[in-house]
Design a protein around this ligand. Structure first.
Ligand code: AMP
Ligand code: MN
Ligand code: MN
Ligand code: MN
Length: 283
């Protein structure tokens, strides 16, 4: 019997214990593979130390691997996430830029802990740390998991809805990397910069136009169209943005954990056929 070629399936956005996912990089690789992914990237927040582990396991399983990262950026007073795909994870400027981006997380986490204590939820900083696989990468998700475990909320999503979302009472404003720096680190490391889940940002139409123009001006090339963070109408909306700005298109589940993630690997529709996929010149 001839071996069947697996159907092509790309997932270029997800997380491991190196940031705020709950599985080790190898286990995320195994999960992606078992749900049919053939082109994969692990894109931990502000950190590339899981890349070698992810690549080795992915290639053992026969997937094509692209090195990845998701960089936290502040633009027009809001947080924007920029995914870098096809980067060299050992690039010195990228690694140093990510280290600086992570540096403020510990102090921010202490302040979030103080806010939560004032709201009647003590011990959250120490509690969140026990959930963080990487102490340099303590994130709101780790707080959310602790608050669920401590019985303050039923689900991680409800912690965000009540306390930790960008306008929630326990949110701590952060100054993340600059857009032009994040794009330049990614480009300098040989990668393509992608605006992650644009449908999640609360910009006015004018601000969105300025974000896309600026991103393009500083060397950004791609946008996520199909993502676990978008509704079906948003697939169409951001496909139109990709056409208008001549952006490459990307897709990914943004998988963090089986319980918390809305979308499982391999369950999103393919990119609209007329868009140029972000992997065009990367594989
Ligand atoms: P941080 O980098 O610490 O600000 O945490 C950001 C992470 O928190 C995101 O990558 C998501 O995993 C999660 N997150 C942020 N906002 C929400 C939200 N409104 N609902 C659920 N998860 C969220
Ligand atoms: Mn996350
Ligand atoms: Mn994100
Ligand atoms: Mn993500």
């Amino acid at each position: 019997m001839p071996k069947q070629t697996p159907t092509f399936c790309a997932d270029l956005h997800c997380h491991s214990t190196i940031s705020d996912g709950i599985y080790q990089p190898e286990v995320v690789a195994e999960r992606a593979h078992s749900y049919g992914v053939t082109l994969w990237s692990l894109t931990d927040h502000d950190e590339v130390s899981g890349q070698q582990r992810a690549r080795v396991r992915a290639e053992e399983l026969g997937m094509t691997y692209l090195s990845g990262v998701e960089i936290s950026v502040t633009w027009a007073n809001q947080t924007v996430h920029i995914v870098g795909l096809g980067i060299d994870p050992e690039n010195v400027t990228l690694v140093q830029g990510l280290r600086e981006t992570r540096a403020g997380r510990a102090g921010r986490a202490r302040r979030i802990g103080e806010r939560l204590a004032k709201l009647g939820m003590p011990g959250a900083f120490e509690g969140a740390l026990t959930f963080a696989g990487n102490p340099e990468l303590i994130s709101r998700t780790h707080f959310a998991r602790f608050l669920v475990e401590a019985g303050h909320c039923q689900t991680v999503q409800s912690v965000f809805d009540h306390y930790l979302s960008d306008d929630g009472p326990a949110h701590e404003p952060m100054q993340w990397a600059k857009l032009e720096d994040a794009v330049s680190w990614i480009r300098g490391a040989g990668g393509v910069a992608v605006i992650a889940h644009p449908g999640r940002y609360h910009y006015t139409p004018t601000q969105f136009g300025a974000l896309f123009d600026t991103f393009k001006d500083v060397g950004g090339q791609a946008i996520e169209v199909i993502t676990g963070s978008h509704t079906v109408p948003q697939y169409q909306e951001y496909a139109q943005v990709a056409r208008h700005y001549d952006f490459l298109a990307s897709c990914g589940s943004d998988f963090h954990s089986a319980k918390e993630s809305k979308i499982e690997f391999g369950s999103l529709p393919p990119l609209p056929a007329d868009l140029k996929p972000v992997w065009k010149d990367l594989i």
